[in-house]
Design a protein around this ligand. Structure first.
Ligand SMILES: [Zn+2]
Length: 91
């Protein structure tokens, strides 16, 4: 199963022309939270309605990697299917 390293995430974002500076603080001090050296992939949950203010866990989601600004704590999400579709296909 394909995994992404922090270096690969930054290379892929650079190849897409993503801005390197943090939109909040203007610094370029990013890290990619990882698990045992591979970029951690989070699931951004999606649903079309909210019942009694509750979110359904385990439903549809967008797999994403995070960039965390080590200066101000801003967190950016990048959809894995866009920046690294090969990871999505290798399941
Ligand atoms: Zn920042």
């Amino acid at each position: 199963m394909a995994k992404l390293t922090q270096k690969q995430v930054f290379e892929k974002l650079q190849a897409k022309g993503a801005r390197a500076v943090c939109e909040v603080c203007g610094q370029n001090k990013w890290t990619v939270p990882d698990l045992d050296g591979a970029a951690g992939i989070v699931a951004l949950s999606m649903q079309t309605t909210v019942s009694s203010g509750s979110v359904i866990l385990g439903g549809e989601s967008i797999p994403a990697v995070m960039n965390v600004c080590t200066n101000c704590g801003n967190v950016r999400f990048h959809a894995v299917g866009i920046i690294a579709p090969e990871v999505m296909r290798d399941v």
